[in-house]
Ligand binder design. Sequence first.
Ligand code: 5GP
Length: 194
Amino acid sequence: MSSTSSSVTTSSDIHPDIAEVIITEKEIRAKVTELAAQVRADYADTEQPVLLVAILKGAVMFMADFARELGRPLELEFMAISSYGASTSSSGVVRILKDLDREIEGKRVILVEDIIDSGLTLSWLLRNLASRNPASLDVVALFRKPEAVRVPVEVKYVGFDIPNSYVVGYGLDYAERYRELPYLGALKPEVYSD
Ligand code: 5GP
């Protein structure tokens, strides 16, 4: 029996290092469309381009898809940061490796986040961006882990609340790998110990 032509991920094309698909490609696509529709409606009162700010590199896939779905004038900016401390957990102490190319004063800024875990990175970023006096500052985050609810920052748009495990795919890496996977997955434990 042959399946119909589709780009939806099936079990036969799951990467061998992935233990479990947490969110499928199809679910991600539908959610990006839904988030973009919400944001488009909320920003319908302004002709001014919104300025999407994403943090390299994890949010690149989400940024690209979200920007195309948004269907309104926008500008793109990127920052690169590194957090000090252990590689798979955030310390909240952040160093800017690449800053925004332009001023954001007076702009309607939306921070496009891949994943919120402890929320420490996000709370630092929001303080940093707010200090540059944007006209408004919202956050859209595709994935959020349970710890994040303890962080006293307002995330207006959230895609998925996910379980508390280390995930890869759709831009998220482990040692720079797996960013290209179109779904969000959990790695097999043996991959960490290699
Ligand atoms: P937080 O400061 O919220 O603890 O961490 C946020 C950042 O840590 C994210 O932007 C992402 O770069 C990284 N991160 C947190 N959880 C995960 C995860 O499960 N997988 C990957 N690949 N990165 C994560």
